[in-house]
Design a binder for this molecule. Structure first.
Ligand SMILES: Cc1cc2nc3c(=O)[nH]c(=O)nc-3n(C[C@H](O)[C@H](O)[C@H](O)COP(=O)(O)O)c2cc1C
Length: 227
């Protein structure tokens, strides 16, 4: 056995690597949520690709993780720049970074829409202002002024006949999900788990699988990568 040397301190990935990356990913995610030292542990960078091949990236919140299926969900305006890009090209990438624990998770795969029932259920959990915002904002479109947006929101309150006094009191109010708002689910076919190490001797490994409609998931193949 080689001696540990000066670089080997600190946490590392299991040896041998587990068959699937998702249980470990989910455990890291739970830990990030429990530690409270990261204000937005659910935040992940989503990269999509436009019609000319130009990638674009922005942060969205992870709102679902299925360990068995190897999927990750997020919600957005379907007519936004990202929504339009996804409709044109469902291949995308996601990246989580939990700074305080020096962990990164990268995922690549194909996006599909979550069901209307799932989108309705999640939409109903959002604060009333966020639900009004989903109606009022034509996400990614040009805006004349800040005031114009607030006016759009007030107009939506009137149009939806919202009982604003009840909403402000915190009583439940019925605001339907806009048809242009929904969720996407990434079925990952490439996942990389990364742990920062002393002297840039990071520990990283990648899991890849073939997912097809006909034969389903063929299982993960794992490999450590040089940092
Ligand atoms: C911490 C954080 C969380 C966000 N979560 C979401 C989200 O879950 N869904 C969303 O549509 N936008 C979210 N946004 C806003 C996006 O980053 C982005 O500005 C917006 O979706 C428009 O992107 P697009 O024009 O590329 O479609 C979030 C931004 C931040 C900083």
């Amino acid at each position: 056995m080689t001696s540990p040397g000066p670089f080997d301190a600190g946490p590392s990935l299991p040896e041998p690597l587990p068959d699937s990356p998702f249980p470990l990913f989910a455990a890291w995610f739970d830990e990030a949520r429990e530690r409270m030292d990261s204000p937005n542990p659910d935040a992940m960078t989503l990269a999509t690709v436009g019609p000319g091949g130009q990638p674009s990236a922005r942060v969205v919140l992870c709102k679902g993780l299925d360990i068995e299926a190897g999927t990750v969900d997020f919600y957005t305006n379907l007519r936004s720049r990202k929504g339009r890009e996804i409709e044109g090209n469902p291949l995308s990438a996601l990246c989580f970074h939990w700074d305080t624990v020096e962990q990164q998770v990268r995922l690549e795969g194909r996006l599909s829409r979550v069901s209307d029932a799932e989108a309705d259920a999640y939409f109903a959990t959002r604060a009333w202002q966020s639900r009004i915002g989903a109606w009022a904002s034509e996400q990614s479109e040009p805006l004349q002024s800040r005031e114009a947006l607030l006016k759009q929101a007030m107009e939506q309150i009137l149009e939806l006949d919202l009982d604003i006094a009840a909403a402000v009191r915190g009583d439940p109010v019925d605001i339907p999900r806009p048809p242009h708002w929904g969720g996407y689910r990434m079925t990952a076919d490439r996942v990389e788990l990364w742990i920062g190490g002393a002297g840039r001797m990071h520990d990283r490994a990648v899991w890849e699988r073939v997912v097809s409609c006909e034969s389903g998931d063929g299982g993960w193949l794992a490999q450590r990568l040089q940092p």
